[in-house]
Design a protein around this ligand. Structure first.
Ligand code: IPD
Ligand code: CA
Ligand code: CA
Length: 259
C-alpha cells in the first residue's frame, strides 16, 4: 500500500504540473529575489496531500509549501510538489515531483517523476532503484577529470570560502563539464542512472534531497555531506557520486587538492 500510494500521489502532483505547464498561472515570490512559487506548486502539493491523507491520515508530513504536519507516527512524507519551479515558470520541461518517505529517521522509499519526459524514478531501501520499472545503476567513471558533473546554486548566494562559485570554478578551470539543470531531484536521479558521474550543491532543503538521496544510494552510488560523513536530509550540503570519484571530489570541494 505504501508503494501504490506513493506512486499515485506522485502522479497526481505531476498531473497538476502538466495542467498548468506553458499555460497562464499566478506567480509569487518567497525569500530571495527569484525564489518563486506558482499556482501550480500549490495545486500539485494539494493533489499529493489529498492522496496521502486519504490512505495514511496519521502519518507525518513535511511539504515545501504548506510546512510540517507533526503527528505521533514513525512515518514522514517529505514532499517537493515541483522541484525546478524556475524552469517550470520559464516553460522549461526539466521539473518534477519529488517525494521521499522517512521511517524512524531513514528514507525507505522514494519517487521522482518528470512528466515532461515521462521518467519515473523509484527506489525502496535495500531493493534497488528503477527508471520506468527498469533497474538503474550509477556510472563506472573512476577519474573526476574525465567525468561529467552537475551542480546547482542557491537563490541567495553563500559568500564563504569554498562557496558554490569557487567550487564550480575549480572544476570548470580544469575543463570538467559541469551542468546546471535547475532541479536538484532530477540532478540526483541522473547521477543514479549514470547520465552524470557526480552532483554537488551547498544549500538544499529536505524536500530537495529526500527522494534523490535514496535513489542514488539504491543505484549503487554514494551520498555524503562535504566532510564525507553520512548524509542527512536535514543538513544542506550534498555530494552524490558514483562512489568511484567521491574521495577525489571531496578533496577538490574542500580545496585539499587540484585536479
Ligand atoms: C530548487 C532546485 C534547484 C536548486 C535549488 C532548489 P525549487 O528547488 O532544486 O535545482 O539549485 O537549491 O531550491 O525551488 O525549484 O523547488
Ligand atoms: Ca526543490
Ligand atoms: Ca519546490
Amino acid at each position: 500500500m505504501l508503494r501504490s500510494t506513493l506512486v499515485e500521489a506522485t502522479q497526481a502532483g505531476a498531473a497538476e504540473i502538466m495542467r498548468f505547464f506553458q499555460q497562464s498561472f499566478t506567480v509569487s515570490n518567497k525569500e530571495g529575489v527569484n525564489n518563486l512559487v506558482t499556482e501550480a506548486d500549490h495545486a500539485s502539493e494539494k493533489a499529493i496531500l489529498s492522496v496521502i491523507k486519504r490512505d495514511f491520515p496519521a502519518h507525518q508530513i513535511l511539504a515545501e509549501e504548506s510546512g510540517a504536519l507533526s503527528q505521533n507516527s514513525e512515518f514522514k512524507w517529505v514532499i517537493d510538489p515541483i522541484d525546478g519551479t524556475v524552469n517550470f515558470a520559464q516553460g522549461i520541461p526539466l521539473n518534477c515531483v519529488s517525494i521521499g518517505i522517512e521511517h524512524k529517521g531513514d528514507i525507505v522509499m522514494a519517487a521522482v517523476y518528470n512528466p515532461h519526459l515521462n521518467e519515473f524514478f523509484f527506489a525502496e531501501k535495500g531493493k534497488g532503484a528503477t527508471l520506468n520499472d527498469k533497474p538503474i545503476h550509477v556510472s563506472q567513471k573512476s577519474v573526476t577529470l574525465h567525468s561529467c558533473l552537475v551542480t546547482g546554486f542557491p537563490y541567495t548566494y553563500i559568500n564563504e570560502p569554498n562557496g558554490p562559485l569557487e567550487v564550480f570554478e575549480r572544476f570548470v578551470r580544469k575543463g570538467v563539464p559541469v551542468r546546471r539543470l535547475g532541479s536538484a531531484a532530477i540532478d540526483l536521479c541522473w547521477v543514479a542512472c549514470g547520465r552524470f558521474d557526480g552532483f554537488f550543491e551547498q544549500k538544499l532543503e529536505p524536500w530537495d534531497s529526500a527522494a534523490g538521496f535514496l535513489i542514488v544510494e539504491e543505484a549503487g552510488g554514494r551520498v555524503t555531506d562535504f566532510k564525507g560523513d553520512a548524509f542527512s536530509i536535514y543538513q544542506h550540503k550534498v555530494l552524490a557520486t558514483n562512489g568511484l570519484i567521491h574521495a577525489e571530489m571531496l578533496d577538490v570541494i574542500n580545496a585539499r587538492k587540484e585536479l
